[in-house]
Design a protein around this ligand. Structure first.
Ligand code: HEM
Length: 147
């Protein structure tokens, strides 16, 4: 399969990065909405509006962008045979962590949707940093390739 993308390789890599940027933009924004949601009274107009924003952000942007990042990413793996590379093993480990925080964000969104949030704004401010730190690690691994 190595090289199977041929002329399409740079286009697929561009689409991979575009979908990754969309995924990360949503992962940075959703916990911010959780911070504001902590200040909204359950049942209030603000709380109901934030529920709609959180649901649409997750289902219309974050989840489709994640699926696209994987789709183009798998094509790149097969084209470059990246599975041999140490940097890619490190990237996969950080990606697993990214999926754990993605799943946690989806769970906390459901809690807000059911007026059953269990955490305060300070907790979500800290959780907001997790995808940022993981993104920095992934980009350094894939560009610098330290190992
Ligand atoms: C979702 C699963 C992902 C898979 C399977 C994957 C896989 C890959 C592969 C195989 C390459 C090609 C490397 C090459 O051309 O030699 C690549 C490139 C890249 N990936 Fe991913 N990736 C994923 C997610 C991400 C994420 C979450 C980020 C950033 C947060 C990211 C950032 C990049 C960047 C910046 C490049 C371009 C590197 C270059 O120009 O050589 N990827 N990815």
């Amino acid at each position: 399969m190595a090289g199977f993308l041929g002329e399409a390789y740079p286009w697929i890599k561009a689409l991979h990065i575009i979908s990754v940027i969309s995924w990360m933009a949503g992962m940075f924004y959703l916990p911010r909405l959780f911070v504001y949601h902590c200040a909204a009274e359950p049942g209030s107009q603000l709380s109901e509006t934030l529920k709609v924003m959180e649901r649409r952000l997750l289902r219309v942007i974050i989840n489709p962008a994640m699926i696209a990042a994987w789709g183009f990413g798998i094509a790149l793996i097969l084209h470059t045979e990246a599975w041999h590379a140490g940097w890619f093993h490190g990237k996969l480990a950080l990606l697993l962590c990214m999926h754990l925080i993605h799943a946690a964000f989806a769970r906390w969104r459901r809690h807000f949707a059911n007026d059953a949030n269990r955490h305060d704004a300070g907790f979500y401010r800290i959780m907001n940093e997790v995808p940022t730190v993981l993104m920095i690690g992934i980009v350094i691994l894939v560009i610098v390739r330290p190992f």
